[in-house]
Design a protein around this ligand. Structure first.
Ligand SMILES: *Cc1c(COP(=O)(O)O)cnc(C)c1O
Length: 380
């Protein structure tokens, strides 16, 4: 129950275990081409250009920026935690003039502040962390992308803890890049960087006046490969991770069969019920209000007097694994629970039971069993 890598569907694991074929074997070309096609559907970006590259989510962040930024361009980072900080560092690496709008811990940056900043100078692009995994704060990419369009600024959404779990309509909302890694809500073991670029983003990349300052992640190297696989032609730049891509095809197919809207709706239903349950036993979330709390994960403060390390150790004895803190300023004060992908009600019930048992062991004062009851009755 950590916010990635998540547990994956058995069908996805079985696909990982299939025979490793050549990267130009007809069955693999078919899988790769199909995975690209499915990404467009799940990203809701029928005209977008998908990329599937061996690497982690950070590579997708790196690719989005390195292909669009030229040295000296202005870039705006809307930061709600740890991964906003990472975007600042990536942008600085490519010579961007970076401005960071930093939210207080557990809050978002207001649209007013973003608009004031966008109107103050020409920004080439802005970055949004859809769900910052260090705070569990959910940002509204729709409203921010609309502002970006108004000021002719490209928008990049780091969806690593969101895509396929939080609502994202890339094309309708006018987002230029939506990126993720395979091991979060997409539901595949770690190892794939995934991104979809808008037609506008591809045009900005084509019209660069300086070369991309990144060899492995350059669209120049990868765009022809993606196009070839979609047209079912053999092609090579760097050997694709064939087993992972086959597993991705299976997972995307499962999501597509369920329907991305349904998949997102289930995340919302479970997350709402889960928040209600933990709040009913007096626990406080890191996000200041429920409307900016993520639906893929939850970040919760330890109550006064609870020792975090023993709490998480006791929980693990129930077969539940939670994550500790990630945000430097509050690292030891909170814990994180992932509830994305192929999660079931029973997984959440088991988690709540473990949390309650561990709290009771440290004499936390609450009504034992209450959170489980609240969770189940909210779903009924
Ligand atoms: C996990 C995560 C990343 C980094 O992904 P890696 O696969 O670990 O490189 C980036 N952004 C967010 C929001 C994440 O949750």
């Amino acid at each position: 129950m950590i916010p990635g890598p998540i547990e994956v569907d058995p069908a996805v694991l079985r696909a990982m275990g299939e025979v490793t074929t050549s990267h130009i074997a007809p069955n693999f070309i078919e899988s790769f081409g199909n995975a690209l096609k499915l990404m467009r559907k799940i990203w809701l970006a029928p005209k977008g250009q998908p990329f599937i590259i061996a690497g982690s989510g950070t590579l997708a962040m790196d690719m989005a920026v390195s292909n669009l930024i030229e040295s000296g361009d202005n870039a705006l980072v809307i930061s709600t935690g740890y991964f906003g900080e990472r975007y600042k560092n990536i942008l600085a690496t490519y010579g961007a003039n970076v401005t960071v709008l930093q939210a207080e811990i557990g809050e978002t940056v207001s649209l007013e502040k973003i608009e004031v900043e966008l109107s103050s100078k020409d920004y080439k692009l802005l970055t949004i962390t859809h769900v910052d995994t260090s705070t569990g704060v959910l940002t509204d990419p729709k409203a921010i992308a609309a502002l970006a369009q108004k000021y002719n600024t490209l928008s990049i959404v780091d969806g690593v803890c969101a895509t396929a779990g939080e609502e994202t309509q890339q094309e309708t909302w006018g987002i230029d890049v939506v990126l993720t890694g395979s091991q979060k809500a997409i539901g595949v073991p770690p190892g794939l960087a995934l991104l979809v670029a808008s037609e506008k983003a591809i045009n900005v990349w084509k019209n660069r006046t300086t070369p991309v300052q990144n060899y492995y992640g350059s669209f120049t190297n990868w765009l022809p490969i993606m196009q070839a696989y979609e047209e079912r032609r053999p092609s090579y730049f760097g050997t694709p991770p064939v087993n992972l891509i086959r597993a991705l095809e299976v997972s995307l197919d499962l999501i597509n069969t369920e329907g991305i809207e349904n998949r997102v709706a289930t995340h919302i239903t479970y997350a709402k019920a889960f928040r209600k349950a933990v709040q009913a036993i007096g626990l406080q979330l890191v996000p200041k209000t429920n409307d900016i709390a993520a639906n893929t994960m939850t970040a919760i403060y330890y109550p006064e007097g609870i020792d975090g390390n023993s709490f998480r150790k006791d929980i693990s004895e129930y077969g539940v694994i939670l994550a500790g803190g990630l945000h430097a300023e509050i690292k030891t004060k909170y814990f994180r629970i992932g509830h994305m992908g192929a999660i079931t009600k029973s997984d959440i019930v088991a988690t709540l039971s473990a949390i309650e048992s561990a709290l009771q062991k440290q004499n936390y004062n609450f009504e034992f069993g209450k959170s489980v009851g609240i969770f189940l009755s909210s779903l009924a």
